[in-house]
Design a protein around this ligand. Structure first.
Ligand SMILES: Cc1cc2nc3c(=O)[nH]c(=O)nc-3n(C[C@H](O)[C@H](O)[C@H](O)COP(=O)(O)O)c2cc1C
Length: 178
């Protein structure tokens, strides 16, 4: 069985809480304790063959970090450090909470920055998520070919759907670590 590394960015704790739920659902024997990306080095991510990476969206469609007014450094400061690192052979699954009502023109768009950065480093992105009919938003940078690049959640408007979405998504991913 392959170990799964879980790393997240957060300002107000939602993405951390989801990371913990993911770790608990996968089980401690497979998933290591989730780590805030502000405390991680690129080498820490390279320890894993499978990564689950979470980010909220701040500003207007931006990554969390200092320039979007977050309390701490986050993905914004981490991604430039990765430039030129080889993630070939690694599988990366992305998730992120957003707010489709208040930010309907940029719903969960920050996922796209992770998608682009890890794709550029050679990683294979797994766990794309169908938009389906439950979401209600105008536009999202996280959509490619009519699918989200990862699991998009909305704890402010669709909290009741989160657990079910997570269960389906993690079931989808499970063959990657078994
Ligand atoms: C100032 C601010 C800007 C935000 N911008 C966006 C946005 O552009 N798109 C989006 O989908 N959500 C946006 N959100 C919603 C957050 O992504 C959402 O609340 C998320 O759950 C926060 O995660 P965290 O608690 O892990 O920091 C914004 C929230 C705040 C407070």
């Amino acid at each position: 069985m392959t170990k799964v590394g879980i790393f997240f960015g957060t300002d107000t704790g939602t993405t951390r809480r989801i990371a913990k739920t993911i770790a608990r659902t996968i089980g401690r024997e497979t998933a290591d304790k989730p780590v805030n990306i502000r405390n991680a080095e690129v080498a820490d991510l390279l320890n894993y063959e499978i990564l689950i990476l979470g980010t909220p969206t701040y500003g207007d469609g931006e990554l969390p970090g200092k320039s979007t007014g977050n309390m701490t450094e986050s993905w914004e400061e981490f991604l430039p450090k990765m430039k030129g690192t080889d993630f070939t052979g690694k599988k990366v699954a992305l998730y992120g909470p957003g707010n489709q009502k208040n930010y309907t023109g940029n719903f969960a768009s920050a996922l796209r920055y992770l998608y682009d950065a890890f794709t550029e480093c050679g990683a294979e992105i797994i766990g794309r998520w169908d938009i389906g009919s439950e979401y209600n938003f105008k536009q999202s940078g996280a959509v490619i070919d009519e699918q989200f690049v990862g699991l998009v959640l909305d704890e402010e408007n669709q909290r009741e759907l989160t657990q079910e979405r997570l269960d389906i998504w993690l079931n989808m991913l499970e063959p990657s670590w078994f």
